[in-house]
Write a protein that binds this ligand. Sequence first.
Ligand SMILES: [Zn+2]
Length: 389
Amino acid sequence: MIGCNTREMDFGSVVGQDLIKDSLRDAVQRHRLPHALLFLGKTGHGTLAGALALARYIMCENRSATDACGNCSNCHKSAKLIHPDIHFTYPTLGAKMTSLDFIVQWRQFVLENTYREVQDWFAFNNAENKQGNITALECARVLKNLSLKTFEGNFKIHITWMAEYLAKQANRLLKIIEEPPQNTFFIIIAENQDRILNTIISRCQLVSFPPINDEELIRALQDGMDSLDQQWATQVGFLSSGDMAKALTLVKAPEQVQAGQWLTWMRLVYKGSGIEMKEWADAFAKMDKESQKGFIQYGLFFLREMTLSKLNPSHQVRLLEKEKAALIKLQQLIDLASIQEVIDLVEGLIFHLERNANARILMLDASIQMHYLLRNNIHHVADIKSLSK
Ligand SMILES: [Zn+2]
């Protein structure tokens, strides 16, 4: 597995989030764990990893103060996601489906890596563009499951991943969440609080997962990949803003390419040579879609850092030395309003690329506009029209 050792499904494999881990462990040890928890935050912040670790910790027959033992029969089963008293609900495809219909794929998906987004889950099931849901049938299955006796021990745990997909079906679960059977724990995971019914939120203890801090994320990346270049790990750590799912995607990109390309572009649009801009647009058009997007994402990150640095001179710029030096030089040339215009311009690139606009023309046009923004000389845009011929 790239990036982090999540196969163990224990607290040790949850990256960072020490405060949350401490309070959960403490609550279990003191038998004070609330019966319904809402883990709120990106999967990339560790909500699913945290839920799996907590479930394993609750089930373990021989837990220590810090983690599950890893050796008892419950630990073995929970690590393989086959514990009969740990149940899962997650979005599936098709109106008549339940999560059980996808359990084989689910185990495979989660065992590969617990830091993945819901879009990855749909892609894993070859359904990139389909709308998933958690069905009424699945809710009925949950209610039935939880009414049965436990198989192995004292506890029953129900983990719902991406509760947003419950939509109104969540009403079917309100009663059982409010008055769960004895020794039953609900761990409900969601990324977007606005898409969860208030009636659910009010019945749960909220646990917010903030972004993972840079240092811990970078260390986890390096621990998981022996050959990972330190500089590149640091750059990815900064770029992914505490989101491990994002980091694991980014880390596969060719080293330093995006940063290098972005600085090249900035330099040449500032200079404003028509020939160079044309060559660059040609090169950009030849990149694959992912690389084009990666380039733009990097650019937006760079510009956000520039905004922060401009607003607050003591802001610690999260870039490597070379890029940081370029940022400092560049920000002296451009005011805040113009940076915002550049951001709008770059965001426009993504918008149009996703709609399959001609990448060459798009990039050439953006380069010309950018030149005038950097030179703060917007009145002359008309003169430069000849360049694009
Ligand atoms: Zn154990």
